[in-house]
Design a protein around this ligand. Structure first.
Ligand code: AMP
Ligand code: GLY
Length: 422
């Protein structure tokens, strides 16, 4: 089969590597791909958000199946457009992708169906939002309604900071249109868990849970990023929590989306917080997470292409999906300055790089024969080992063998997971 994969991050690289293992996979086109994906697929320079360009490409090439991976094209309805021209696709419809593209929608869905989440209110008027803030306790969480690359969430410690954030979002459009509506919600505490699940709208199969590291700095300080590293499985999400989340969150979410006539087919991401009152939803994403996917798919033993086909054809219940019991760590190497200003175009070298480690490319591109940086998150260094401790140390050892100007990474990926019994 000839497969089209939309996207260009480390997550897409991990997906393409998994798809390539399928005996059914003949050729992969990546739109637009990146410097590392170019070794595994044919990269075509069409942006993931150029829907007309992608549809035109799909019409004029022998494509048998498409996988739409990032949030933006899903929110714009790319999976629908591809299905409309007869190309079976992995990824939710625009109607279902709203579970991520509008936080106000997802919060209202949870309220309506009794799915546990932080208490909240949403606002489209700045004065009303400012007045509400005065009635709340601190810290308080302020979220831009729309997509903001994981950066539209501010945890305010003081009222002044909260008020400033609301003004920045609603009056100064710091997050563009995404901030025209804000959600203000209660601050929750507890370990976070990312659960990625395959679903065809009838059956849902969670993958091993993972733990992201969203803040830029060691010890979970600094700005929120797209994710600085991930480990799987997540030891905080034990069997009893898994059962509870399945019963109170995962199955009810699928039922709620069906009830709303927004059947979700694809990978649904549950960002959970394990609070003292039980697991609660922090966010839904309508897609594979990044870097979580880089830490989860290397554990998949089954054929990813077969799973994606089964999702699209709504026969996921027939599939036997198997994951390895090993542990996996993905360490993100970023450009200094990320998630704020950073430079691009720095030459990357991998000297004496150890074997048995995956290097998933995110912000890289080929410049002649050289590989250069081309984004905030540059590489995902990923190791699968018998234990998490071994996987983590293998990643840190390997990271020493990568050089580029401004290379930055967190030094504590996995430490919270490893400290569970400490
Ligand atoms: P989101 O984009 O909604 O996942 O938020 C990004 C990150 O902000 C989450 O992964 C949490 O670490 C943090 N966060 C979001 N909402 C809350 C909340 N209600 N309480 C505490 N932390 C939160
Ligand atoms: N790592 C979080 C996300 O993909 O949204």
């Amino acid at each position: 089969m000839n497969i089209l994969v939309i996207g260009s991050g480390g997550r897409e690289h991990a997906i393409i590597r998994a798809l390539k293992k399928s005996p059914k996979c003949e050729k992969i086109y990546a739109l637009p791909g990146n410097g590392g994906i170019a070794d595994d697929a044919e990269c075509v320079n069409i942006a993931a958000t150029d829907l007309d360009g992608i549809v035109e490409f799909a019409k004029t090439h022998p494509i048998d199946f498409a996988a739409v991976i990032p949030d933006d094209p899903l929110a714009l309805g790319l999976a629908d457009r591809l299905r409309d021209i007869g190309i079976p696709s992995f990824g939710p419809s625009k109607k279902a992708a709203v579970i991520e593209s509008s936080k106000a929608f997802s919060k209202d869905l949870m309220k309506k169906y009794g799915i546990p989440t932080a208490k909240y209110e949403s606002f489209t008027d700045c004065d009303t939002a400012l007045a509400y803030l005065k009635t709340q306790t601190l810290p308080i969480v302020i979220k831009a309604d729309g997509l903001a690359l994981g950066k539209g969430v501010i945890i305010a410690e003081t009222l002044a900071q909260a008020e400033q954030t609301v003004r920045d979002m609603m009056l100064e459009a710091k997050f563009g249109k995404s901030g025209e509506c804000v959600v203000i919600e209660e601050f929750l505490t507890g370990p976070e868990v990312s659960v990625l699940a395959f679903t065809d709208g009838k059956t849902i199969v969670p993958m091993p849970a993972s733990m992201d590291h969203k803040r830029a700095g060691d010890g979970d300080v600094g700005l929120n990023t797209g994710g600085m590293g991930a480990v799987a499985p997540n030891p905080y999400y034990d069997e009893s929590k898994q059962l509870r989340a399945m019963e109170e969150i995962i199955l009810p979410t699928i039922a709620a989306m069906n009830e709303e006539n927004r059947k979700f087919k694809g990978c649904l991401y549950f960002g959970l917080m394990l609070t003292e009152e039980g697991p609660k939803v922090i966010e839904y994403n309508c897609r594979f997470g990044d870097p979580e996917t880089q830490a989860v798919l290397p554990l998949l033993k089954s054929d990813l292409l077969e799973i994606m086909l089964a999702v699209e054809q709504e026969r996921l219940s027939d599939m036997d999906i198997e994951f390895s019991k090993d542990a996996c760590c993905c360490l993100v190497l970023a450009s200094g300055g990320y998630p704020e200003k950073y430079e691009k175009g720095k030459q990357i070298s991998l000297n004496d790089f150890p074997e048995n480690i995956f290097v998933f490319h995110a912000g890289t591109k080929k410049k002649g024969t050289e590989l250069v940086t081309n984004g905030g998150r540059v590489l995902g260094i990923t190791a699968v080992r018998k234990t998490l401790a071994e996987a983590v140390s293998a990643c840190y050892e390997a990271a020493e063998h990568v050089e580029f100007d401004g290379k930055y990474y967190r030094k504590d990926i996995g430490s919270r997971a490893l400290s569970i019994n400490a």
